[in-house]
Structure formats: structure tokens, C-alpha cells
Design a protein. Structure first.
Length: 294
């Protein structure tokens, strides 16, 4: 299987017609159809159903397209990666971060920009489970997310641990609420909670803390996106958002009360992961070390 055939196949799928793909590739239709047939014969499966005017990519074809697109994109990155190997001062570093860990990168961005003015960053904010998948497929150079994370094939660097806070409208806080609170102080208050889309994490640990106190939490909304929880508060939702202390903006003003949660068994464990066998430029390695140093 050669990359030229993969390029032809991806172009056919993306254009939706062999004739349109042939025009884009600046070749005639019969040779392109022949290359597609050769690819199907090599793999022993039908990739595209072609019956008269009917045209549909098979499940096998969809899988091949996804894998081929990844391979071709990685090949396209080789020139910039080679240049980065020479000087480490230019190119784009592709970073993933869950919204609960984004500040680990954002707080050092000004100094990085000063140090590497020719370096660009592409930042994907997503759920931790999704980010782990993008690291696995090498679409990201590295990602910052919360434990648990896949260990096999990954280098995992521990970052400084963090704690959770309850952020709520000032008039929603009960009278006499102490500076540091436990889950018992949140009984009866609607909650906006972080929750990983799949797999365990902070949400399950928080539920356990409530269960140990015999309290049924009133969870109004859960989301993996801290910005969504803060957005609810800013739009007038009367609830307490349970979010990391590091991700609370300093612009909330006097409208909200911020109370650290006194939960000894519930500590946030952010980590930075990248594929162990992935090449990283000098600049990327420097960025990782700066993030790890906090």
C-alpha cells in the first residue's frame, strides 16, 4: 500500500465523486477508478459502493479513510518537524488541555511567546477522555488532563496538585458559612459540577464524599467544561459551581462567594502526557518542562 493510492482514495471520499476527485487531482477518471480498484483488491474489501448513480462509502472504507487521513497528515508534518529538529525555534506545537487544567499552560504563555517569538501554538480544549485519544493518534504533541489516564505507551509527568472551590452567588450562601466548607454545607444547594464524559474522576470522588456524609447532592448540571459552569453563574443560575481553584477568574468581583472545599480525600491530580516514542522538538520539550515546573 503506497501513499499515492491513499491520497487518491481520501480525495475521492472528500469530493464525493470519482469524476470530481479526478479533476482536482488533474488526471482522467479511468486511471483513478483503476487505482481505487487496485486498492480494494489489495485489501480484499469493497471500499466504495458504486451502482449506477448510487455512491456510498462502506464501513471498511470509512475506517480506511480515517486511518489514511491520519497517516497523510503526519507525513505532511515531517518538513516542519525536521526544521524544528534543527533549531527548535519555529513551527506549531499542538497542545490539548481539559478546561480544568488549561491554566497550567495559559499562565506561562506570555513568557513562552517572549522566549520563542517564532513559535506558534494550537490549543484544543476538550474532555480528558477525548484528549487521551488525540494523544494516542498523535494528533497532539502532548495534553494536560486529570488522572486517570492511559499509561501504556505514554510518558506521564505529574503536575502540582490542586483543590476544589465552591463558587456561588453571594446571596445564595447560608448565613455563618465558614471560609472553608465541607459537603455538609452544600446540602440543599443546587450544584454545577465537573464530570468527565467517560471514565472515573473528580465527579465520582465528590459523590462519594456526599455519600459518606449521608447527603443526597442536588446536582443541577454536570459538564466537563469549566467555562460552561462559570457561564451558568454569570447568566444568573442560582447554584454553586464546584471547580478547581486555579480556574477561577479574578474578574468575578463581589457578586460571588468563593469557598475552598475541605475534602482531604479529594485532590485534583493534573498530569501532562505524550507518546513515549514521539519525537518532540527542543522548543516542545522546553514548554513541557516549563509546565511541569509550574
Amino acid at each position: 500500500m503506497d501513499t499515492k493510492r491513499l491520497t487518491y482514495f481520501c480525495t475521492i471520499v472528500e469530493q464525493g465523486q470519482i469524476s470530481r476527485a479526478a479533476r482536482l487531482l488533474n488526471m482522467s477518471q479511468p486511471p483513478l477508478s483503476q487505482r481505487l480498484k487496485e486498492l480494494e483488491d489489495e485489501l480484499g474489501v469493497q471500499l466504495i459502493i458504486r451502482e449506477g448513480h448510487a455512491w456510498q462509502v462502506t464501513e471498511a472504507g470509512r475506517m480506511l479513510y480515517e486511518r489514511a487521513r491520519q497517516v497523510l497528515d503526519q507525513l505532511g508534518d515531517i518538513p516542519s518537524e525536521v526544521k524544528n529538529a534543527a533549531d527548535g525555534l519555529s513551527g506549531t506545537i499542538r497542545i490539548g488541555a481539559s478546561s480544568v487544567c488549561a491554566s497550567s499552560f495559559l499562565k506561562i504563555l506570555p513568557s513562552l511567546n517572549q522566549r520563542y517569538p517564532g513559535l506558534k501554538f494550537s490549543l484544543l480544549i476538550s474532555d480528558s477522555s477525548d484528549l487521551a485519544t488525540h494523544v494516542e493518534s498523535r494528533e497532539l504533541d502532548f495534553a494536560i488532563l486529570l488522572l486517570p489516564v492511559p499509561q501504556e505507551g505514554n510518558t506521564v509527568r505529574l503536575l502540582p496538585t490542586g483543590s476544589l472551590c465552591a463558587v456561588m452567588p453571594a446571596d445564595l450562601a447560608p448565613e455563618g458559612l465558614p471560609a472553608r466548607i465541607g459537603v455538609e454545607h452544600l446540602a440543599g444547594i443546587p450544584l454545577l459540577c465537573m464530570r468527565r464524559w467517560t471514565g472515573g474522576g473528580t465527579f465520582e470522588a465528590l459523590l462519594k464524599a456526599f455519600q459518606e456524609k449521608g447527603i443526597a447532592p442536588d446536582i443541577l448540571l454536570d459538564s466537563p467544561d469549566v467555562r460552561t459552569l462559570l457561564g451558568c453563574l454569570l447568566r444568573g443560575v442560582r447554584a454553586a459551581a464546584i471547580i478547581p481553584e486555579t480556574e477561577i477568574p479574578g474578574t468575578l468581583g463581589g457578586r460571588f462567594r468563593i469557598h475552598p472545599l475541605d475534602l482531604p480525600g479529594l485532590t485534583l491530580h493534573p498530569v501532562l502526557i505524550h507518546r513515549t516514542d514521539r519525537y518532540l522538538s527542543k522548543a516542545a520539550r522546553d514548554v513541557i518542562e516549563a509546565i511541569v515546573a509550574g
